[in-house]
Design a protein around this ligand. Structure first.
Ligand SMILES: *Cc1c(COP(=O)(O)O)cnc(C)c1O
Length: 360
């Protein structure tokens, strides 16, 4: 394959050409330092600038208020499935809302550290639905409520978030962070693995309200303790230096194209094209309920499993890659994160029309 493809992978996923080009230009000799970024000491002046710039950009773009801290941590989003209960479960009780595979995994991990109440589980509708406020009631005396903002595998997404009052709301935003405007103040803690929408594998971004940070339990591994992460400004040990640098480049790209407003408009336009097409044909069957549809991961099936496989194979031949659905749901999944240009979605729709005509 000589040209670059449209990569619809759910994660790790595509990066904008502008980002890749800058990484390429700076790869061998960063800013006249004579070194690649991955060869630099994390304590060097040069690297500290990269680190602080990435943090500053994230705060600006997401309008993160002063009463929140930003951490860059190891262990991906899965690390946070454990870090959240280890640090926040003081009363040893939390509510979890299960809207897909990752929220289930988060709940399972948390149950090692305290009592986990599953207050909603969407398995009866095969996770095609996001609950509304009247489907939820929170337990008494809990440390937090946890949910997953965008269900990467099933293709559903919370449009608005439940009002948990004084109870901190903890949200896994791995697959939709920076895809749309959110009000950080609605949350006690936001975490995200970077490799879907804001960079490459190797770091988790954590945005936490300062009053939720307290002395860690002596059994908590140092690298998982929020108080130590704060005290050492995410450098208790060597941080994932290159992934933080890439994050900074992605954030720079977002600012240069017009920030979150522009990104959100683009994402709405891309998703609308694809869902409008799906709603005006009868060959493909969309998975997510209309009101619960994700802007990031669009899931559907063809009339048969064999045809799903043929679809993904044929699409790949035309430079539309990684459209095979997750093994848990099967079918097709088009992940159209921030970096996917609208041309990729247009090309996908043309392919879908053609494939439907040939196979109807
Ligand atoms: C991919 C994903 C995860 C897992 O992320 P890792 O960084 O691989 O641990 C967790 N939650 C959501 C919503 C995801 O999309």
């Amino acid at each position: 394959m000589k040209d670059r493809v449209y990569n619809f992978a759910a994660g790790p996923s595509m990066l904008a050409d502008e980002v890749l080009n800058e990484l390429h230009d700076e790869f061998f000799n960063y800013n006249g330092s004579g070194m690649a970024v991955m060869e630099m000491s994390h304590r060097s002046k040069e690297y500290m600038e990269i680190f602080n710039e990435a943090k500053g950009r994230l705060r600006r773009i997401m309008e993160i208020p002063e009463e929140y801290e930003i951490f860059f941590m190891h262990g991906g989003a899965t690390g946070q499935f454990a870090a959240v209960p280890m640090n926040l479960m003081k009363k040893k009780k939390a509510d979890y809302i299960i809207t897909g595979n990752f929220s289930k995994k988060a709940a399972q991990e948390a149950s090692k550290y305290g009592e986990v109440n599953i207050i909603y589980d969407g398995k009866e509708n095969n996770y095609s639905h996001i609950p509304s406020a009247d489907e939820l009631s929170f337990s008494d005396d809990i440390d937090y409520v946890h949910l997953c903002a965008n269900n990467t595998i099933y293709g559903t997404e919370w449009k608005t978030f439940p009002d948990t009052g004084d109870i901190p709301l903890v949200v896994d935003m791995s697959s939709d962070i920076l895809s749309r405007k959110i009000d950080v103040k609605e949350f006690g803690l936001i975490y995200a693995g970077a490799q879907k929408n804001i960079g490459i594998a190797g770091i988790a971004v954590v945005i936490i309200r300062k009053d939720l940070i307290s002395d860690h339990d002596p059994k908590t591994p140092q690298v998982m303790a929020y108080d130590l992460t704060l005290k050492n400004d995410s450098m208790l040990n060597t941080p994932p230096t290159y992934p933080i640098y890439v994050l900074g480049k992605v954030l720079k790209w977002i600012e240069e194209i017009g920030g979150i407003k522009e990104i959100e408009e683009r994402n709405i336009a891309k998703a609308k094209l694809l869902y409008d097409y799906l709603d005006h044909q009868s060959f493909y069957i969309p998975h997510a309920e209309k009101g619960s549809r994700s802007l990031m991961n669009v899931t559907f099936t063809t009339p048969s499993e064999d045809m799903d496989a043929a679809f993904a194979k044929k699409a790949t031949e035309q430079g539309l890659c990684n459209l095979k659905g997750h093994r848990l749901v099967g079918g097709i999944r088009a992940s159209i994160y921030n970096a996917m240009p609208i041309e990729g979605v247009e090309k996908l729709i043309s392919f879908m029309e053609e494939f439907a005509k040939e196979n109807a």
